[in-house]
Design a protein around this ligand. Structure first.
Ligand code: NAP
Length: 316
């Protein structure tokens, strides 16, 4: 049966990007016919019940009247939810253990860099200073994770494995072995006050946009660092700048920004307390993503069951 692949106009102009997805998807679903939206006939458009998407153009989705659900190949679907009109179309996002592992690896890498005083040694080197700083055991460092979903839970376990004390904050207070569980405003305050490193792995929603504002950043432990591998607008960028320059925030490792690609004149690039990463902390593995999408679509073909969808009201 026909399954359209709908992508944003930006990406539909890039044949290499499109083929990079079509090839593993077709391999994982040899019995399905996966075609770019642009190649659909009018009869095909009427036949589609499920589509595979990557930030699709809403006007194209509107041309598929019998669509029951869409499977995103991205884990974060906030842009898509913001652009889609109200409807009961089910949006299923990518949940891939491989992605969670890759993200956990990225957080561990940068947490260790901060823990072993990478920024301080880089600064000493720039001044030709030869000085060993005091070593602190990992169990004496607290890492607070904002968001204990697929990525947050896997990351928490990885950080525990490296010996850190870990706290996890979520809406429902999700529990993970050996991780202190927090929720609500009071829980957030406690986590910010106790963490040496705060890691953001929240989805971008109406509630989390601007969550880390000047007031919350001021609650962080003096000298603490922040790692944002989720979405840029969760942190107020102006407040972050002020907290690094005039407050007591020690360092920020940022993979995501309000505007991406990061403009050439953005202040982050040459700030001495910032590491800029080009949205590379949790890349989707196309092969494993294609296998997961294929499994979900095969179950739908057999049973009619649609996998758990994003809660549009909640925004994730
Ligand atoms: P997820 O499974 O949906 O987990 C979201 C977590 O955030 C849950 O623990 C949820 O709480 C918590 N949460 C949501 N809103 C909250 C609120 N208002 N207050 C407190 N906690 C809240 O999402 P995920 O798969 O872990 O992914 C998280 C985000 O990472 C994605 O949305 C995406 O933006 C980002 N991401 C970034 C990259 C990258 O390369 N930089 C790659 C992939 C994903 P409950 O557990 O109570 O529901």
């Amino acid at each position: 049966m026909i399954i359209p692949f709908l992508v944003s106009h930006e990406n539909s102009q890039l044949p290499a990007w499109l083929n990079g997805w079509l090839s593993p998807l077709r391999q994982a679903m040899p019995d399905e016919q996966i075609v770019p939206f642009e190649a659909l006939s009018e009869a095909d458009k009427l036949a589609c019940e499920v589509a595979i998407v990557a930030n699709p153009e809403p006007a194209q989705l509107a041309q598929l009247p019998n669509l029951k659900w869409v499977h995103s190949v991205w884990a974060g679907v906030e842009r898509m939810l913001a652009e889609l009109p109200e409807s009961d179309l089910a949006v299923v996002r990518l949940v891939d253990p491989r992605l969670a592992n890759t993200m956990a690896e990225a957080v561990l890498t940068w947490a260790l860099y901060l823990h072993r005083l990478g920024p301080q040694y880089a600064q000493q080197q720039s001044q030709r200073v030869w000085r060993a700083l005091e070593y602190v055991r990992p169990e004496r460092r607290t890492i607070g994770i904002l968001g204990m979903g697929e990525l947050g839970k896997c990351t928490a376990l990885r950080l525990r494995g490296a010996g850190f004390r870990v706290m996890g904050w979520s809406r429902s207070g999700t529990s993970v072995p050996d991780v202190e569980t927090l929720s609500g405003e009071a829980g957030l305050r406690e986590m910010l006050a106790q963490s040496d490193i705060v890691v953001c792995l929240l989805p971008l929603t109406a509630e989390t946009r601007g969550l880390l504002n000047a007031e919350q950043l001021a609650r962080m432990k003096p000298g603490a660092a922040i790692i944002n591998f989720a979405r840029g607008p969760i942190i107020d960028e102006a407040a972050l700048w002020a907290a690094l320059d005039h407050g007591s925030l020690g360092y920020a490792v940022l993979d995501v920004f309000d505007q991406e690609p990061l403009p050439e004149d953005a202040w982050f690039w040459d700030h001495p307390k910032v590491t800029v990463l080009p949205h590379c902390s949790g890349p989707t593995d196309r092969e494993s993503a294609a296998q997961i999408v294929a499994g979900n679509i095969a179950r739908f073909r057999e049973s009619g069951d649609i996998p758990p969808a994003v809660d549009r009201q909640r925004g994730y």
